[in-house]
Each structure stands twice: as structure tokens, then as C-alpha cells.
Design a protein around this ligand. Structure first.
Ligand code: FAD
Ligand code: UDP
Length: 387
């Protein structure tokens, strides 16, 4: 008999498994895919750690989480500095003084601020007059309004609109402003995408890091817990279950489907050393069909495990896709309909006696890796405190 069955070997499941195993519980992990790691899975091809489900950069302000993951990997000094390509013009991301200098030729933060404020003011005045309200009464209520209020119309038109509409498959005026709040805006010459105290890529890849978390623990890949006979058999073998798959799937969608945005990656191995000179380049115009190209070797400075330059390169073109049941779930659509449905599933989950549903799919949240780790630690702390 196992004390815990953990469904899913992503970072959340792996941290839960590690913590419970460390405290002496008997743990079994089952994973539907034929590999561990979930979304953070990396595969080594020609000496390059390829992020198979999209670029993953570990970043956090939480010292406890940083120390925690450093037990399983050394992290390199990679700092994410994506570049935006708008019709052949290159701009620094996130929006900072380099971006504003390229866009308007401004040099000082005051000049940049004045440009943004001028564009914001004209936009607010014209929107308020369309709406028949005073400018002071205008409150941004969608992504377009929020973005222009943050960075003005030029940046919005060139660096946000096309990218966001490709990414989400909807017009910016129909999207919630919360999506854009993730993007920092700075009046300093600083291309570091994340406002984080700690950042890096695990040396040796995320898969190796996950393997270390799961060291000494029984893991069965290629097992779908939701296959009814499998579920019946597994549930007889464990006292408690931690499930990290989609919450609606746990209940066989009996209240309806939660919606996502999906992605498709087109990988290409290229027989030259350098394709684009940066790990991530975003294509922010509406016509380029993909949103970004990731050149994986630059997460590790183009060097293999022994520090040698790698003579070839591997790129992934990332396309955003409409999601439908059965397709890989990437970004939760956290709109009103979906959140209301999620809350109904959560109510059911609250009544489970021996099953705990967590992780980015179980909680239907866009969690970064650090939050997934923190949530897993919270769950295992609470489970082991009470027993
Ligand atoms: P997952 O990794 O999805 O793991 C869940 C696992 O459960 C999967 O392996 C799945 O196969 C398995 N499973 C599901 N159902 C079953 C079943 N029925 N039976 C058995 N197994 C099952 N975060 C960052 O911090 N930095 C980044 O740069 C970053 N970039 C991202 C880029 C993209 C494109 C995306 C989509 C996310 C990104 N994230 C990033 C977020 C990060 O991927 C998540 O925080 C993390 O993967 C969450 O881990 P998890 O274990 O909760 O979920
Ligand atoms: N975004 C944008 N232009 C860019 C990059 C991002 O407009 O060049 C917007 C877009 O709406 C996106 C959001 O910012 O959905 C968050 O982007 P981020 O790259 O932080 O998220 P990721 O897709 O990497 O999880």
C-alpha cells in the first residue's frame, strides 16, 4: 500500500513526491506522458537542451523557492532579454529606455515619460469623448485601453497589438487587461525581462533537475490515471492521492470543459552555429504567422556540457492555436465563464476526502514555476503537519 499516489510528474508533482518521500512516506508517481517533467521537459539534441513545451526561464523573488530548486541543479547566469522584431525593426523588451530610444530617439527618462504621457492623454481624451464621459472618469476596461494607458499608442501598435492578437486569437479590445499587467515597463536602460531577484536556467536541463527531485521514488510513465480501470486499480493501492492534471478531467468534465489556449512548435535543426543571435525573438506584427522563435542554445550561451561551442543550432517557431478537448493545454483562459466553472469544480474538489487537486492544471492558473514549487511545498507541509 502506498501512502500517496501522485498523478503527474511535472514540477508540482515532483516537488510533492520529493517532500513526502523525504519524510518517510511511500510514494508512487504516475505520468501519462512517456517522460517526466511535464511542461518543463527538456530533451538534449546535439548537445542543446531543447525546451520541448516552450521556453522556460526560472525566476523568483522567493528565497525559499530559490534555495529549494538549487538543491537539485546549479543554475547558470542566463538573464532573459527577448527582442521584438516588428517588420524588420528590432526593439528591446521589456519596454525600457532602449525601446523608447529606438522608437522615438529619446535619451532621458523624462523625455520618454513625456512621450508616453502625451500619447496616453490624447487617447484618453478621444475615448472619453466617444463614450460621452469626462477624461478623468475614464478607467481602462480591456487590454487595448490598459496597454495604451501604460505605454502609449506607438508601442501598442508596433509591439503589443499584433503579438497579443496572434497569441490569444481575439482582438485586444475583447481581452482582459490582466494579461498585459505581466509585462513590465521601465524608465531605465535595463533589458532584463523579469523583475526577479533570482534567475537562471538549470545546468544540465530541467529534465535532469526533475529526475533528481524524483530520485529513489517509483515513477511509472505512460500511465493515464483517468483511464477508468487504471484509476480503480490505482486507487486501491494508495491511501491519498495528489492529482496535478486538469481539474475538469478529474470529474470527467461533468460540469463542462474549461478552456485554454494551445501552442504548436515547429522545430528545425540548422547546420550553422548561429541563427538569430538571441534565445528569444518575438514577431510582433500581425502577418508573421508565428509569435516567436526560440533558439535554445543561447539559454546556455551556445556551449555544450564540456564548455565547447556547438557547431549547429536548433530553433522552435511557436504558433498559437485554438484549443479543443484532447489538445495540449497551455494558457488558461481566465475569463468570467471559465472562472465561474472552475469555482464549481473547486467546490467539488473541496469535498474530496483523500484526493488533493493542485498544480497549474489542477488550479487552472497561469503559475510560473516558482509559484508551482511554492504551492507544492504548502500542500506537503499542510498534509504532513496534520498526520
Ligand atoms: P505540468 O508541468 O503541466 O504537469 C502536470 C503533469 O500531469 C503533466 O506531465 C501531465 O502529463 C500529467 N497528467 C495530466 N493528466 C494526467 C493523467 N490523467 N494521468 C497521468 N498524468 C497526467 N514558468 C516560469 O517560471 N518561467 C517561464 O519562462 C515559463 N514559461 C512558460 C512558457 C509556456 C509556453 C508555458 C505554457 C508555461 C510557462 N511557464 C513558465 C509556466 C510553467 O510551465 C508551469 O509553472 C509549470 O510547468 C507547472 O507545473 P505543473 O507540475 O503544475 O504542471
Ligand atoms: N506581449 C506583447 N508583446 C510582446 C510580448 C508579450 O504584447 O512582445 C503581451 C502579450 O499580450 C502576452 C503578454 O504580454 O500574452 C504576456 O507575455 P509573456 O511573454 O510575459 O508571457 P508568456 O507567453 O511568455 O507566458
Amino acid at each position: 500500500m502506498y501512502d500517496y499516489l501522485i498523478v503527474g510528474a511535472g514540477i508540482y508533482g515532483a516537488v510533492c513526491a520529493h517532500e513526502l518521500h523525504k519524510r518517510g512516506y511511500r510514494v508512487l508517481v504516475v505520468e501519462k506522458k512517456d517522460h517526466i517533467g511535464g511542461n518543463i521537459y527538456t530533451e538534449c539534441i546535439e548537445g542543446i537542451h531543447v525546451h520541448k513545451y516552450g521556453a522556460h526561464i526560472f525566476h523568483t523573488n522567493d528565497r525559499r523557492v530559490w534555495d529549494y530548486v538549487n538543491q537539485f541543479a546549479d543554475f547558470n547566469r542566463y538573464t532573459n532579454s527577448p527582442v521584438a522584431n516588428y517588420k524588420g525593426e528590432l526593439y528591446s523588451l521589456p519596454f525600457n529606455m532602449y525601446t523608447f530610444n529606438r522608437m522615438w530617439g529619446v535619451i532621458t527618462p523624462d523625455e520618454a515619460e513625456a512621450r508616453i504621457a502625451g500619447q496616453r492623454q490624447s487617447y484618453i481624451e478621444s475615448r472619453a469623448s466617444e463614450m460621452g464621459i469626462a477624461p478623468e472618469e475614464f478607467v481602462p476596461s480591456n487590454l487595448e485601453e490598459q496597454a495604451i494607458s501604460l505605454v502609449g499608442t506607438d508601442i501598442y501598435e508596433r509591439l503589443i497589438k499584433g503579438y497579443t492578437e496572434k497569441q490569444w486569437g481575439r482582438r485586444c479590445s475583447d481581452l482582459p487587461s490582466s494579461i498585459i499587467r505581466r509585462l513590465p515597463v521601465r524608465l531605465t536602460y535595463d533589458n532584463n525581462y523579469f523583475n526577479a531577484l533570482y534567475q537562471g536556467i538549470p545546468i544540465g536541463g530541467y529534465t535532469r533537475m526533475t529526475e533528481r527531485m524524483l530520485d529513489g521514488i517509483e515513477v511509472r510513465t505512460g500511465v493515464d490515471y483517468l483511464d477508468p480501470p487504471v484509476r480503480i486499480a490505482l486507487e486501491k493501492q494508495a491511501k491519498r492521492i495528489i492529482y496535478t492534471g486538469p481539474i475538469d478531467a478529474f470529474y470527467y468534465y461533468k460540469l463542462g470543459y474549461l478552456e485554454y489556449r494551445s501552442l504548436r512548435f515547429e522545430e528545425e535543426l540548422i547546420e550553422k552555429e548561429n541563427y538569430q543571435g538571441n534565445a528569444v525573438i518575438n514577431y510582433t506584427d500581425a502577418d508573421t504567422p508565428y509569435t516567436r522563435i526560440v533558439e535554445h542554445k543561447w539559454f546556455e550561451f551556445g556551449l555544450d556540457a564540456s564548455g565547447q561551442s556547438i557547431p549547429v543550432t536548433l530553433i522552435s517557431r511557436e504558433y498559437s492555436l485554438e484549443w479543443k478537448p484532447g489538445v495540449e493545454s497551455y494558457y488558461p483562459i481566465g475569463d468570467e465563464r471559465n472562472m465561474a466553472l472552475y469555482n464549481r469544480y473547486r467546490e467539488l474538489a473541496g469535498r474530496e476526502e483523500r484526493s488533493f487537486i493542485g498544480g497549474r492544471l489542477g488550479e487552472y492558473k497561469y503559475y510560473d514555476m516558482d509559484t508551482a514549487v511554492a504551492r507544492a511545498l504548502e500542500l506537503t507541509d499542510s498534509l504532513t503537519r496534520e498526520s
